[in-house]
Design a protein around this ligand. Sequence first.
Ligand SMILES: *Cc1c(COP(=O)(O)O)cnc(C)c1O
Length: 357
Amino acid sequence: MTHNFGAGPCILPQEVFKQAANAVLDFTDGLSVLEISHRSAEFEAVIEEARKLLTELMNVPDGYSVLFLQGGASLQFAMVPLNLLGDGQTASYLDTGVWSTKAIKEAKLVGNVNVVDSSKDQNYNFIPKNFEIPADSAYFHFTSNNTIYGTELVDFPKTEVPLVCDMSSDILSSVVDVSKFGIIYAGAQKNIGPAGLTIAIVKDDLLGKIDRKIPSMLNYKAHADAGSMYNTPPVFSIYVAMLNLRWLKAKGGVAEIEKENKQKSEALYREIDRNPLFKGTCKIEDRSRMNVCFVMENSELEKPFLKYAESEGILGIKGHRSVGGFRASLYNALPITSVHSLIEAMQVFEEKQLAAH
Ligand SMILES: *Cc1c(COP(=O)(O)O)cnc(C)c1O
């Protein structure tokens, strides 16, 4: 039995893996899903179902386009300013980690950027609050979940400025009011499907407002007008994402998975706070429900614990190099039994330590 706590690409439901494997061998009329035309009726039905499921699961209102793109969240860092930040305008950004920093870097290539606040000098272990968003900002960009540092912003800023959010690592993990956003984007490989697909949910009336010639592949409007078929879309990734969205719907949707995600993260944080060997790395009020970061009081025990955990089938918990220690990613498809196994490993390791002294 293995437990995959990897940060991304990450665990998907076992039944989705099986269905995807079957479709590689025989999707329709003996043809593999890898060899069908993206213009075939069969694939048209897949992309349509994926769009419908995402719209339904996230309750996307009318007036938004749900786009299936490529290039990862990292290309969105550039597409957002190219499409929304006009000459002479300023975009506001909140700096909460590596991904925000990269988004800021790309935006600066396009126009003026105002960083409203940053938690960099505390190694991003909290989310800044009480910052001001200038009312004339073209948009306000933030990262809802900081995958590397294990912080999550759940109280979205209240402002008239259009909100643009990188939701790569917590999309579909809790209920979000899409109508409050201008653009939500996410690389698929953390809660949606395989790598190679990027989701963007774009409010249509934000588009076409600025005076810039945008290459078609970087232009949201070109993709929206073409129904995400401007060029060959990532057929297999969209197919597997569709399977995963079906799985999520059958589970009861986002509100249901949110309850499970809460239980999973609360159980693990409880153990981190109880177990004298471990401690969390972030401000408690900003703790992420998706990526749980923690270290050991005695850092010399980190290697032995990692080894012990691996011997118990607990994989992918090594922390990112910029935080160290451990990071357990608790994405939607990770069963609570895996969290219980990690907690048990922490407890057994604690007992062994006590016995040794
Ligand atoms: C993983 C991640 C990214 C990078 O995504 P790519 O799809 O690899 O470009 C960006 N933002 C966040 C919050 C992430 O977790």
